[in-house]
Design a binder for this molecule. Structure first.
Ligand SMILES: Cc1ncc(COP(=O)(O)O)c(C=O)c1O
Length: 362
């Protein structure tokens, strides 16, 4: 898929995600501000504290603190949960971000062990939790990105969080894509976060900001989080370039999530109509899904390039490999999708189906 990977970036239109953040976008965010407003200094100043308050309120938590990255914020959250309980073990999904993308940071930096819940290719359940002994915290990643952004039912989620609460186990929400799942659950961010002791959200996924994260929880927890942010080197002199972008893009896209989800549903349906192509989950529960294929990889690549050449449109992002070495595409809907005429999308999908059929017949 190397040829497609490089050629897709030349297309004028794409269906996946947002446009990459440009200098112009950053400038636009700055232009909405009082031009004489000062920046922050080591986590203090209206520019950072007002935003933290705004997000704490939205998430229904006492305090929120801005971190340079979710990786740092979540390791800090789990460290505090472990220290408070004097247990150095946490539980989470086998494919969560901490387990597969952070080079075992929890273990190396904090000497915290992890118990993997359930199996990689499915969500963990209450039953999986019930098999676990002596953990300080359970991390819930909603949606579960590496399996196409699947979600437990609201009822199951409530039961799992209740189970943690009854046992004094800290429940932490990896809500990197929290706002993206609210339309499916038909809940506010505060209603979802009320199930959890702490929550992290990201500003560069569906919101399309430059980078950055917020960790939120109660006062005692967040006082410790501030200490750990400093110890980890996250209390950098000025965070305002991230805050400006985070706040601007959060306000810009917060209310677009239902549209992204609706578009994801429509697009997944169109992919599923093409023989040899299917999405996981079949019906997306957020703006994301994975696209798998049983057709020959080279034929699919050639067909996607044909679509590129005919419609100047990249139907899919670059492919990735799953842990079984199967190629797939991680797709999420953002602003780019809305810039393309739905009739063109439908035509391009038909064209792709025909190209695959033609190629398979040779
Ligand atoms: C589900 C999830 N959690 C955590 C992170 C970490 O965020 P950051 O890149 O800000 O460290 C990511 C980033 O991709 C993610 O997808």
């Amino acid at each position: 898929m190397h040829r497609y990977k490089s050629q897709r970036t030349q297309a004028s239109f794409g269906l996946h995600g947002h446009q990459v953040v440009s200098m112009r976008d950053s400038l636009q965010a700055y232009m909405t501000l009082d031009q004489s407003a000062p920046g922050d200094a080591y986590g203090s100043g209206a520019i950072i504290n007002d935003f933290e308050q705004e997000i704490a309120l939205e998430l229904g938590k006492q305090l929120a603190n801005f971190f340079p990255s979710g990786t740092m914020a979540q390791q800090v959250a789990l460290r505090i949960a472990c220290d408070n309980r004097d247990i150095a073990t946490v539980a989470y999904h086998p494919l969560c971000h901490l387990q597969i993308h952070e080079q075992q940071g929890l273990k190396h930096l904090h000497r915290i062990d992890s118990v993997l819940l359930g199996e990689p290719n499915r969500l963990f359940s209450l039953q999986d939790l019930q098999n676990v002994e002596a953990v300080a915290a359970v991390l819930f990643e909603l949606p579960q990105r590496e399996i196409g952004g699947q979600l437990p039912t609201w009822d199951e989620l409530q039961k799992m969080c209740d189970w943690c609460r009854q046992r004094g186990i800290h429940s932490h929400l990896d809500g990197a894509r929290l706002f993206e799942i609210l339309p499916y659950y038909k809940k506010t961010a505060a209603q979802v976060c009320a199930l959890f002791d702490s929550v992290y959200i990201s500003f560069y996924k569906g919101f399309g900001g430059v980078s950055g994260a917020i960790l939120a929880g109660d006062r005692g927890f967040m006082d410790s989080a501030k200490l750990w942010k400093r110890r980890q080197g996250g209390d950098i002199f000025q965070l305002y370039p991230y805050i400006v972008s985070a706040q601007y893009n959060y306000r810009l896209r917060r209310d677009k999530m239902p549209v992204y989800w609706k578009n994801a549903l429509s697009l997944a349906e169109q992919f599923n109509q093409i023989p040899g192509i299917s999405t996981v989950p079949k019906k997306p529960v957020s703006n994301m899904f994975h696209v798998y294929f049983t057709v020959d990889s080279q034929l699919l690549e050639a067909s996607l390039i044909e679509v590129l050449e005919k419609y100047d449109l990249a139907l899919l992002p670059a492919s990735r490999c799953d842990r079984d070495n199967r190629k797939y595409f991680e797709f999420w809907v953002g602003d780019q999708f809305s810039a393309v005429d739905p009739e063109i999308v439908a035509q391009a999908m038909c064209f792709l189906a025909a190209a695959l059929k033609r190629g398979a017949a040779i």
